[in-house]
Design a binder for this molecule. Structure first.
Ligand code: 5GP
Length: 237
């Protein structure tokens, strides 16, 4: 697959076109940002680790019936993906209260809610990914009702599969963000897209509750590379 031109550079990845109009190449960088890009840094070999973690997870999900943009791992930092138009609605799943919800509700991090929580945000760096709901998404044309229904259904299915996947590996899947895209093929079918890595998931050691994710970078806790390496080891063992 021939890499052609750069289509888009994000905070952690670069997307390239290929000689196949329905395929893109996703290149994983070491750049790390937090607080809507206000905090910047790099995490050594994050790109390599995240490409491996994400590939492993997409393969696991595919085997269990979740359709994603993943095609294959091309190299250390490159993943071949189906070309999609990203739906500008971020889907957040929370199994344990942490982060912005802990702050918003004035509840201690680590509290287990009575049910799994789903939230939606409008994907916009300038606005800081504001919290929205399904009505806003539909009324503003960010996504159709059918797309919101499909994203919700898939997010809950992913949660069942991944909660168990991480639990079996000694990790608590606290919360995470999912993104979806409209496939360039199949009449714009909704596919799980982007990445599933410690950049966008809160992952705690099941026993010690030690943080194994980007909160180590966000909150200057140190040991960032080690934590990402630990997740890779557990995901691939
Ligand atoms: P919170 O709303 O607590 O900040 O985030 C909830 C979860 O979604 C966390 O696991 C966080 O990593 C993820 N998340 C939310 N927004 C973003 C985002 O813009 N980028 C990334 N990488 N993750 C996000």
């Amino acid at each position: 697959m021939e890499k052609k031109e750069e289509l888009y550079e994000g905070k952690a990845k670069v997307i390239f076109s290929t000689d196949n109009p329905n395929r893109s190449i996703m290149y994983f960088k070491d750049d790390a940002t937090a607080f809507d890009g206000k905090k910047k840094g790099t995490i050594n070999d994050k790109g390599v680790i995240n490409n491996k973690i994400s590939s492993e997870i997409f393969r696991f999900l595919e085997k269990n019936g979740v359709k994603s943009h993943f095609v294959e791992e091309l190299s250390e930092r490159e993943m071949l993906v189906k070309k999609v138009e990203i739906i500008p609605v971020e889907v957040i799943i929370r199994n344990i209260i942490a982060g912005s919800l802990a702050k918003r509700l004035g509840i201690e991090e680590g509290t287990k809610p009575g049910e799994v929580i789903i939230e939606f945000c409008y994907k916009s760096d300038e606005l800081g990914d504001p919290f929205i709901n399904e009505y806003v998404a539909r009324a503003m044309g960010y996504a159709t009702k059918e797309e919101m229904d499909e994203m919700t259904r898939v997010a809950f299915k992913v949660n069942e599969l991944l909660s168990k996947f991480f639990d079996e590996r000694g990790i608590l899947l606290v919360d995470y963000k999912l993104e979806f895209g409209r496939s360039a093929e199949d009449n714009g079918a909704v596919l799980l897209a982007d990445e599933i890595t410690p950049d966008g998931c809160r992952l705690w050691d099941k026993v010690t509750k030690e943080k194994l994710d980007k909160d180590r970078f966000r909150r200057d806790l140190g040991g960032v590379e080690e934590a990402y390496g630990e997740v890779l080891k557990k995901v691939t063992e």
